[in-house]
Design a protein around this ligand. Structure first.
Ligand code: SDX
Length: 431
């Protein structure tokens, strides 16, 4: 951030305030309002934070008009094509692409922390078998702070590092166990001779009754899905993690808060909702009926997997995801998957429709991901847990960036109060 010495002038009831303007390395300038209330006795009002910068960060940059997504300056399409998830994790956490030795060390550290404390298995058995895997993940990840006391002191850099590695390593194991539990199948322990994505697929789909060979096509697709969902600036769940972290909460509790927020269908829950929508549409001839509903202000129905708060041109992740969906389904011999056909036709029709064009709505990261995940054999209930597995590194990188700055101020927004003015209590006899 550079102090441009430029200021924004705000005049309120004859009083003039000069507010500093800070310039970023990329993106819009920001008007610094930290002194606004003290000097001007007014708040700003921005429900949903459509125009608010909540923090300074160097991790991820999004240009919504250009459809650009950079992780530490590297475009997402290059990372998806040339890198792999654990290397992207390193980049997000430490700021630079690792050298060969650094990468090997990081991958070994993650791989050797993939098992969870054996007693944590007991948590799973407390859930109903039909519990949503996100409910289980939310509970079990939060419970990690009850098992890993030696990495909960946020003021100790070493403990912050250990907690970060533990969560990147163990959250996929917890997600896989939640999936197994929902099916009544035995948990499958992680293996240290498998890469991250292959390990996750094996923990999800292997059974003791037979050998399991990881399909390299699915492993590559799984790793790419992890890469595409890893971080995304100050989205709702990341902002939740930062806000929880600003109170000094331990890292496991902060990530559990992020999982809770991600679950919503307007956010990470959209991948499940999108596939269920494609199932409900069923065939291309029913698409007009759903397009009509999506445009009807009196109908709460929205095209799931469409639209984005920031992207107003296209979501670069959706472009990569669509290409991956074509590749994976063709390699699996299911390119005529009806949901893929419905999705492509729905995208084509919507993008030609004035309503969607005028509101700059188009497929986001969640529109095609579910089609690939279903082709891999996952039920829709596992789509958001997989998003959570991937986004754990983004949440942790953003949390570490905030805590590493030191002197973290607790996040405490104010409000526009329109409730009752002061009044005296009235006894029940007099009401
Ligand atoms: C993710 O923030 C992130 O970065 C999130 C994410 C990440 O990686 O962390 O990218 C992941 O959450 C992707 C988004 C997944 N959600 C969905 O696909 C759910 C469907 N999409 C919508 O709910 C909506 O588009 C949002 C929530 C994504 C964005 O909502 P905004 O920015 O608050 O936009 P809005 O609701 O104000 O919509 C603007 C207009 C409205 O019409 P008007 O009031 O102006 O007349 O567009 C309409 C909306 O009704 N609109 C839609 C629509 N999305 C917005 N109309 C039909 N279908 C849709 N999907």
């Amino acid at each position: 951030m550079t102090d441009s010495k430029r200021t924004a002038t705000l005049t309120i009831d004859g009083r003039t305030l000069e507010l500093p303007i800070h310039s970023p390395t990329m993106g819009p300038d920001v008007v610094d309002i930290t002194k606004l209330y003290a000097q001007g006795d007014v708040f700003t009002h921005d429900p949903g934070f459509t125009s608010t910068s909540a923090c300074e960060s160097q991790i991820t940059f999004i240009d919504g008009d250009k459809g650009q997504l950079l992780h530490r300056g590297y475009p997402i399409d290059q990372l998806a094509e040339k890198s792999h998830y654990l290397e992207v994790c390193y980049l997000l956490l430490y700021g630079e692409l690792p050298g060969a030795d650094q990468l090997e060390d990081f991958e070994n550290r993650v791989t050797n922390h993939t098992m969870v404390h054996e007693q944590m298995m007991n948590f799973f058995r407390g859930f109903r078998r039909d519990a949503h895997p996100m409910a289980i993940m939310n509970g079990v990840v939060g419970a990690m702070s009850a098992f890993y006391h030696d990495s909960t002191d946020i003021n100790d850099p070493w403990q912050r590092e250990v907690a970060s590695i533990r969560m990147i390593a163990k959250v996929p194991t917890i997600a896989a166990y939640a999936f197994k539990y929902s099916m009544g199948q035995p948990f499958v322990y992680p293996r240290n001779d498998l890469d991250y994505a292959s390990n996750f697929l094996r923990m999800c789909f292997a059974v003791p009754a037979e050998d399991y060979e990881v399909n390299p096509i699915l492993a590559r697709a799984m790793d790419r899905i992890f890469t595409l969902h890893a971080d995304h600036e100050q989205n709702a769940s990341t902002s939740t993690v930062r806000l929880a972290g600003s109170s000094g909460a331990n890292p496991f509790a902060c990530i559990a808060a992020g999982i809770a927020c991600l679950w919503g269908p307007a956010h990470g829950g959209a991948n499940q909702a999108c596939l269920e929508m494609l199932e409900e549409i069923g065939s291309v001839d029913r698409i007009p009926e759903f397009i009509k509903r999506a445009k009807d202000k009196n109908d709460p129905f929205r095209l799931m997997g469409f639209g984005h708060r920031v992207y107003k041109n296209f979501d670069p992740r959706a472009v990569v995801m669509k290409k991956s969906a074509d590749e994976v389904l063709a390699l699996l011999g299911v390119e005529d998957n009806p949901k893929l056909q419905v999705a492509k036709e729905l995208e084509r029709i919507a993008l030609e429709d004035e309503y969607f064009a005028s509101k700059k709505l188009f497929p986001n990261v969640d529109f095609y991901s579910g089609i690939i995940l279903e082709a891999m054999g996952f039920p829709t209930s596992m789509f958001t847990p997989i998003f959570a597995v991937s986004r754990t590194v983004g949440w942790i990188a953003q949390w570490k960036e905030m805590v590493n700055e030191g002197n973290v101020k607790i996040g405490r927004p104010r409000q526009l109060y329109t409730g009752a003015t002061t009044r005296d209590y009235v006894d029940v006899e007099s009401r």
